[in-house]
Design a protein around this ligand. Sequence first.
Ligand code: NAD
Length: 472
Amino acid sequence: MNAHETPDPQAAGAVTAEGIAERQRRLFRTDATRSLEFRKRQLRALRQCLVDNEADILDALKRDLGRPPAEAYTSDIGIVLIEIDMALKHLARWARPKRVRTPWLLLPGSSRLVSEPFGSALVIGPWNYPLNLVLAPAVAALAAGNCVVIKPSELAPATSAVMARMIGAAFDPDVLAVIEGGVEPTQALLAQDFDYVFFTGGTRIGKIVMAAAAEHLTPVTLELGGKNPCIVAADADMKVAARRIAWGKFFNAGQTCIAPDFVLVERAAQSQLTEALKAAITEFYGEDPAASADYARIVNERHFDRLAGFLGRGRVVAGGQTDRASRYIAPTVIADVSWDDPVMADEIFGPVLPVIACDDLAAEAAALRERPKPLALYVFSSDTKWADGIVGTLSSGGAAVNDVFAQMLNMDLPFGGVGASGMGAYHGKSGFDTFSHHRAVVRRATWFDPKLRYPPYTLPLAALKQAMARLM
Ligand code: NAD
């Protein structure tokens, strides 16, 4: 099945980075992608691809990341299906021009806000959720009426290959194309004049992408990372807090942009929390997590070595075991960590959870304002007013009180970073809005055309001031 009316299966196999933006824009200029029916057809075709290729995708995620099927399905396939279904259901409403108030000065007339697609959008993804993090933005871009080029991460090669094959077989590359590879093809793509660039990855590469986009004045969304604080007060429900923190930290072996990076806990509650974390890990993965079918592996040796290097400092409360051959790092909790320890320097992005005990938790939390703004902030306390106070003090892309990931799982909320953790957002309608230009359109009647606005200006300045204040 081909999603475009005039499929070109030959081209699907031959698609390369060279000239792809202009090629897609040629189709875009025919206005073919503008009709809602066309957009829905693409979304349905993508949905079918995911359903038809589910087994291959799960297998690829297993090969790339040792991903357990339950985690692979929910966090890669399932979430994209939800995005597609949401777009199919609400597209007509999202795309409808919105009437806005027209000031007296512009009467008789009417004003509308019209969403229009940009053209050809480039989506560049990371390896940790290699399908979700390119297809969810692609869904939003297609729903908004754009053509899309996806550049998956070369560090999840099996998933990248499955996407290239399934999308290549089902789509006209002028509408949706997958270009595989690493730095070189990405830079070949970034050299082109795309109408939008959506990047998910690390802060360092985010800067390279933004600089390249600036050459063409192409707007960007940057979904970046950071060190997400998890602040635990002594009055928190420690058992639930530990279970939720452990789940969020060790899901996909910690390779999640919104995973709690480190814990700040009131000193009096440190051992209660670390014991509860240890119990949660055993409950989830058994006495030997290496034998658990529900625990993922580290993506490659480079990241394994980087993470294993963190294990020498602090007091290991849980885990600490590693096996380089299978890229296994046990779910690990390290207590008595200090700010000078290497594990506190950068985003950890792995299954190592440092715990810092604090005498004055609110003051330590407030001091985090000196650091780059993270993607996520988590606060655990039974005093919701206190927790809200911490959320109000510390900026972050999103935040959750007494849970982790919740801010990302509500598709009615925008998902994105702020400051060093990125700019722009997506999910649900905010994804549609991201990939749309919101155009101001005013329509005027001609039967009323007072001379007052034209030179020679006859109204005294005082009267003009009054008229402006009233009529605008
Ligand atoms: P990365 O920045 O190394 O790579 C991302 C993409 O950029 C890949 O497709 C890669 O091929 C490409 N790339 C790499 N070097 C490049 C260069 N010099 N020029 C052009 N393109 C280049 O990120 P990663 O290691 O794949 O992912 C991990 C990072 O992503 C973490 O920092 C994590 O927090 C972040 N992340 C953020 C989110 C989010 O939603 N905000 C989600 C997942 C991951």
